[in-house]
Write a protein that binds this ligand. Structure first.
Ligand SMILES: Nc1ncnc2c1ncn2[C@@H]1O[C@H](COP(=O)(O)OP(=O)(O)OP(=O)(O)O)[C@@H](O)[C@H]1O
Ligand SMILES: [Mg+2]
Length: 580
């Protein structure tokens, strides 16, 4: 969709506000041509000495009243229109967020957060201006231009009008040329603002790392450089926009000179009164606004178009997470993986290569292996964050793809390897997937995750704000919030991705014991490095480089004397050293 189509459809939907504004603008345009006419009449009456005293005062008051009317109407249309244009901003931002929410992790690897934020703020603003001010100022300017030129030619003198307006086509040409440069410069400025935003976002998010590594100076220098480049581009756009004004000034000066030359000749010949020449001069003055409006509208449209060119691809990006499934019943039955193969976009080596396994409902699967083996990737495929390139991935009687995302998500609780806390109370963070949960339910989940005592010690207990704007929790506490969150969700499949890596072995043992009770009837996948977490799993798979290296239960794996057995001995030794 082009910007014009977008704006047209928006104007169509809000025709009430636009029509009201247009009616007010017609009123303004009529008053605009009435005022010079009256002024001309006054001058002629004065020259003929027919007017004076109260009569003159009354006429002048009429002109002042007309001026005030123009002012009131101008305020009126702006209020009506801005309210409507704001709604376009709201609509666009909502569309943007909806579309972004449908994108998968691969998309966000390509797009940078800061730039996306700039799109939602700066670029949407520019489109909003194009749909609001530009449309109405364009309408206003055109209407005033047509009325003023018509009155000049028909109401005063056509020859004079034709002569005086000669410089304007040249000005229009200059406008067209300037507007092309404004477009290029605006596009540049918007891009650079996006980059600047990116750097601010990244620096703030990684502020601790920046400080710890002593990168403050370097980051500041980088920021100054980006800010400088952004200012440069913005200035270039401004410089081009500023060129409109001299073009208008030059055209007007030329027009005034021509009008005076031709006008005085006509007055000399007695074909024009002085009053008429005065009105003509005033009409020329009335053309200043349409000319400025033209320049302003052109630059608003160019900026809007540049912003739309940045926004549109994001709005039109096909959803990365396809939701074409039709099965709405929650998945149930065994999970079956058959010869699964998956490589991340742009990666030559597959992260999973020929993985097959079967997990019966109510069973617990351990997923271990060295770092980078593909454990998290396997869980991501189960969550359908990515789709496998080959092989089969089924749950119950359907392929995973057959389920609607809503059905699938309701069936899975996931504790990610890097849990995220939102800026809310710790209770709300736990109750995220079940917003209606009672405090007792939240507390029960927190107890299962061995988190209750930690929360009790926080300044406001369960109501303590955490996340970006609250108390900073330790890595292990974060993990346990995520575990409590997942347990409260109470889904048939529970995925734990390295969820116990940051807690000590005693706490791990407590959580595992609780899980053993809680997971009755639930299917659980525990991925991680620490084998103590999977020792009592029904079945454990050892992954290496995306392949299944060994599998079996704890005893069978120990008996194989392979990676698992070596790792087990090593970790036992480590634990006894720690205990000593
Ligand atoms: N988003 C991604 N894009 C490209 N490659 C990725 C991405 N995420 C992971 N990989 C690669 O895929 C492979 C498997 O990664 P994965 O995160 O599944 O390993 P893991 O077994 O969970 O490791 P860890 O124990 O360190 O958590 C690694 O080689 C990794 O570099
Ligand atoms: Mg991982």
């Amino acid at each position: 969709m082009s910007l014009a189509r977008l704006v047209a459809s928006f104007v169509g939907r809000h025709r009430g506000a636009y029509a009201a504004s247009a009616v007010m603008l017609v009123g303004i345009a009529l008053l605009t041509v009435w005022i010079p006419r009256e002024a001309g009449r006054l001058v002629d009456a004065l020259v003929a000495r027919q007017l004076g005293g109260w009569a003159l005062a009354r006429e002048l008051l009429g002109l002042v009243a007309a001026g005030l009317g123009v002012y009131a109407l101008r305020v009126g249309w702006r209020m009506r229109l801005y309210a409507a244009a704001w709604r376009l901003g709201v609509e666009l931002r909502a569309r943007l967020l909806r579309r972004l929410a449908l994108q998968g992790p691969a998309y966000f690897q390509r797009q940078r957060t800061g730039n996306l934020m700039a799109l939602a703020t700066n670029d949407v603003d520019a489109v909003e201006m194009a749909a609001g001010e530009a449309v109405l100022a364009g309408f206003d300017g055109t209407l005033t231009l047509v009325l003023v030129v018509a009155t000049m030619s028909l109401g005063v003198d056509a020859r004079l009008a034709a002569c005086a307006l000669l410089p304007f086509p040249a000005m229009a040409l200059a406008f067209w040329w300037i507007s092309r440069h404004v477009h290029a410069a605006s596009r540049d400025a918007l891009d650079r603002f996006g980059q600047l935003n990116d750097q601010v976002q990244e620096t703030l998010a990684g502020l601790r790392t920046v400080r710890a590594l002593g990168l403050g100076q370097r980051t500041q220098a980088q920021f100054a450089q980006l800010a400088g480049r952004n200012a440069e581009a913005a200035l270039r756009a401004q410089a081009w926009e500023a060129a409109y004004e001299p073009a208008v000034g030059m055209a007007l000066a030329a027009a005034t000179t021509l009008a005076l030359a031709m006008g005085s000749w006509l007055v000399w010949r007695g074909e024009l009164t002085i009053g008429q020449l005065t009105s003509f001069g005033l009409y020329l003055g009335q053309l200043v606004w349409p000319m400025f409006a033209a320049g302003w509208v052109l630059s608003l449209l160019q900026r809007g178009q540049a912003a739309w060119a940045r926004l549109q691809p994001v709005l039109d990006e096909p959803p990365g997470i396809a939701d074409a499934g039709t099965v709405t019943t929650p998945p149930a039955g065994p999970l079956v993986l058959q010869d699964l193969r998956f490589a991340y976009p742009g990666q030559p080596r597959p992260a999973l290569d020929g993985v097959s396994l079967r997990l019966e409902p109510g069973r617990t699967l351990g997923l271990v292996g060295p770092t980078g083996a593909g454990k998290s990737t396997l869980l991501r495929l189960l969550l359908r964050q990515h789709a496998p390139q080959a092989g089969r991935l089924a749950w119950g009687e359907h392929d995973l793809q057959a389920y609607t995302l809503a059905a699938l998500r309701a069936g899975i609780a996931w504790v990610p390897q890097e849990p995220f806390l939102f800026s809310a109370s710790i209770a709300d963070n736990i109750a995220l997937a079940r917003p209606g949960a009672s405090r007792a339910q939240v507390e029960h989940a927190a107890r299962l995750a061995a988190l209750h005592e930690d929360i009790e010690r926080l300044p406001q207990g369960y109501d303590t704000p955490v996340g970006e704007r609250g108390v900073t929790l330790s890595g292990g506490q974060r993990q346990r919030v995520a575990i409590a969150r997942a347990l409260l969700q109470d889904a048939p499949l529970l995925l734990l991705d390295d969820a116990l890596s940051a807690v000590d072995t005693a706490t791990e043992a407590r959580i595992l014991a609780h899980l053993r009770q809680a997971r009755v009837g639930r299917t659980v996948v525990i991925a991680g490095h620490r084998l103590s977490a999977v020792a009592d799993a029904d079945h454990t798979v050892v992954l290496q480089h995306g392949h299944v290296l060994e599998e079996g239960d704890h005893a069978a794996l120990l008996a194989r004397s392979g990676w698992y057995a070596r790792q087990w001995r090593y970790q036992q030794l480590q634990a006894s050293l720690d205990a000593a």
